[in-house]
Design a protein around this ligand. Structure first.
Ligand SMILES: [Zn+2]
Ligand SMILES: [Zn+2]
Length: 313
């Protein structure tokens, strides 16, 4: 898979509407709903021109299974088979719906297993003709930080403070970004998922956020502006306004992610992402398109971005 290059190109013919982090479905992810085909049909219905499917990668150790997977009696081998089935179905759908929507097929990373995540993620990336990769970290030292507030607080206590946990998280994100150079850098401040609407980071922690942003800028990566937790009333869209403003000052590109986990959440909340992007001072947003056997980032003015069936401009 060739990594997408970021070019300052705008195609004035197309008024795009897009999301690259999401498209999880109950068919291949046990905490999502509906078939992948139903998700794709919904994406067409709500006016997407480009829609990225980025199913969670498999997890390879029993201790890293999600609780719903444990309850179903699944094991890592079952997750591997499901992921392979996801890739086959996604590629088939990409072709089947090609005249209605541009589907981009990817996956979302983990920083797991803790000792061999880099080789493991590269092996996944090379295992199929993926269009792109969403680089995400959901754990610190093998403990998920987006599962429950209780679990995240317990982990902070183990490290001595929330600040130390946040620092460890951002160090992990920077490391993943530098190592894998993912096309889309997923929800970079997921660590504050349970901190509510007043979430903020101390100046000490912001130093580590800056390191993540430097890493993203270093290879021309694009930030996922993601409404997953916001939609559930948990927190502002990722990343926080302060981080987004810094990213804009550093001229780091941004794109949209609905983090959909079924038909009901396809496209839901993306207007809040657009607002956050505009409020941070961005004038353009990046979208990924397939071109000549590879992919390329394009830029569109914010005023030109919106659902296909909502073109009143
Ligand atoms: Zn998920
Ligand atoms: Zn995620």
């Amino acid at each position: 898979m060739a990594r997408a290059r970021l070019e300052p190109v705008y195609n004035p013919v197309l008024m795009p509407w897009f999301s690259y982090h999401g498209g999880h479905s109950g068919q291949f992810c046990h905490h999502a709903r509906d078939s992948l085909e139903a998700v794709v049909e919904r994406a067409i219905e709500v006016g997407f021109t480009h829609y990225g499917l980025s199913e969670h990668c498999p997890r390879y150790r029993t201790e890293h299974l999600f609780s719903d997977e444990v309850e179903l009696g699944l094991d890592p081998a079952a997750l591997q088979r499901e992921f392979e089935a996801y890739v086959a179905e996604a590629l088939a759908l990409r072709q089947r719906y090609a005249d209605q929507i541009e589907l981009l097929i990817g996956f979302e990373t983990e920083r797991l297993p803790p000792e061999s995540w880099a080789e493991t993620m590269r092996a996944i990336r090379d295992s199929a003709p993926f269009d792109y990769m969403v680089g995400s970290v959901h754990d610190v030292d093998g403990v998920f930080v987006d599962y429950s507030e209780v679990q995240t607080l317990a982990l902070a206590e183990r490290f001595g403070s929330i600040e130390v946990l946040q620092t460890r998280y951002f160090e992990a994100v920077a490391d993943l970004v530098e190592t894998l150079r993912p096309d889309v850098v997923g929800h970079i401040d997921l660590i504050r998922k349970f901190d509510g609407p007043e979430a903020c980071f101390s100046p000490k922690v912001m130093v580590h956020v800056d390191r993540v942003l430097e890493a993203v800028r270093g290879f021309g990566g694009v930030l996922d502006v993601n409404c997953g937790a916001h939609r559930r009333g948990l927190s502002p869209v990722y990343p926080l306004p302060e981080i987004l403003e810094r990213a804009r000052a550093m001229e780091i590109g941004v794109t949209l992610g609905d983090d959909s986990h079924g038909v009901a959440t396809v496209g839901a909340g993306l207007n809040d992402c657009m607002r956050a992007i505009a409020n941070a001072g961005y004038r353009e947003v990046c979208y990924l398109t397939r071109v000549g056997g590879g992919v390329q980032w394009l830029r569109a003015p914010l005023s030109d971005v919106g659902p296909r069936n909502d073109r009143r401009r």
